[in-house]
Ligand binder design. Structure first.
Ligand SMILES: *Cc1c(COP(=O)(O)O)cnc(C)c1O
Length: 341
């Protein structure tokens, strides 16, 4: 599979597209007069952001030990999902393959681009059945395979994930939005082995920056260049680029918060397992639990009465509610309510 030619997978019009180049971001001057972009000379945020995200990519490059040329920054990983579909999927012709249940955004962006969304149903333990995977790709030849590991909303990681990467000759996107909470290895270390692999990570979950909208793609340089060709020039604003740079300079802070969340996750797990109203707490590698209740409707509406929002919009798993780990105080409140149901 390592002989895959990426050019053959890219839409022809995208291959022919000339990227918008900001001359400023590619110039060599130390401190030029900026009279090229019709900005105001006044104010703190009067300048456009760096369209190439150079400082941020170099910082992430050092942190992850991956070449900056193999890193793309998006306005959240949501934007990267959208761009990847646009780069590779011909509207009305190509299809994408997603597991069911999984993150809704893959199907959402594919549908906007008029690409069919094929569903690979997970088994009762929320695992992929390899034979069904092989059958569905042989029959339909989807262009992109989306794998989410740890998976949202089920919480488990995909077992033997390299099998699916190895056996798929389109683009494989591994979405690792929750990887920091997991003991599983990241697929980032596979990007130089499989040229058709794109790994997505985000600053929205463990890094606590959902409001900043910053996501990251890791892949071969050729795919990263395609992402930089199709993205909006100024997709990540100045404030967000600076904020993430700052956070990457205070990694202990991130580590402490992550450890706290993992501790709370353990505490919640123990508490949940003793509760009468629950039939199953699914194992999780993420910062949330998928929980099967004896009467999920009742629990959900009790939460609503107590002004607690949880997530139950998964028709495939009707008695299940997804609840994320909160602060100590929030978790205690949640458990107290559940004890009284
Ligand atoms: C939360 C989440 C994301 C994050 O998306 P951003 O646009 O980076 O905030 C990506 N994938 C999955 C599976 C998620 O649950």
């Amino acid at each position: 599979m390592t002989t895959i030619n990426i050019q053959n997978l890219v839409r022809k019009n995208i291959l022919e597209l000339k990227p918008y180049i900001s001359f400023r971001d590619n110039s060599q001057f130390e401190n030029p007069l900026l009279m090229d972009a019709n900005e105001s000379p006044f104010g703190e945020f009067n300048r456009y952001p760096d369209s190439t995200h150079r400082n941020l990519r170099e910082k992430i490059s050092a942190f992850k030990n991956i070449s900056a040329n193999q890193i793309a920054i998006g306005n959240g990983s949501d934007e990267l999902i959208d761009l990847i579909i646009k780069i590779f999927c011909k509207p009305k012709k190509d299809s994408v393959l997603v597991t069911n249940p999984s993150f809704a955004m893959y199907g959402f962006y594919a549908s906007i681009n008029e690409n069919e969304v094929l569903q690979l149903n997970l088994n009762d333990n929320f695992e992929i059945v390899k034979e069904e995977f092989l059958n569905i790709i042989k029959e339909n030849q989807p262009k992109i395979l989306f794998l989410c590991s740890p998976n949202n909303p089920t919480g488990n990681s995909i077992d033997d994930i390299e099998f699916y990467i190895q056996n798929f000759d389109g683009i494989v996107v591994v979405d690792e939005a929750y990887i920091e909470f997991s003991e599983q290895k990241s697929c980032i270390e596979l990007i130089n082995e499989y040229p058709n692999l794109i790994v997505l990570q985000t600053f929205s979950k463990a890094w606590g920056l959902a409001g900043a909208r910053v996501g990251t793609a890791f892949s071969i340089e050729e795919i990263i260049n395609l992402i930089y060709t199709v993205k909006s020039p100024y997709n990540v604003n100045v404030l967000s680029q600076n904020l993430v740079l700052e956070k990457l300079n205070q990694v202990e802070n991130f580590q402490n918060n992550l450890n706290d969340i993992l501790k709370e996750r353990d505490w919640l797990k123990n508490q949940l397992e003793d509760l009468e109203c629950i039939s199953k707490v699914f194992p999780t590698d993420a910062n949330f639990f998928l929980i099967e209740f004896k009467n999920a409707e009742r629990v959900y509406s009790t939460f609503i009465e107590c002004e607690i929002l949880t997530s139950k919009r998964f028709p495939q798993i009707p008695n299940c509610i997804r609840i994320n780990v909160g602060s100590k105080k929030e978790n205690e409140k949640l458990i107290n309510i559940l004890k009284n149901i």
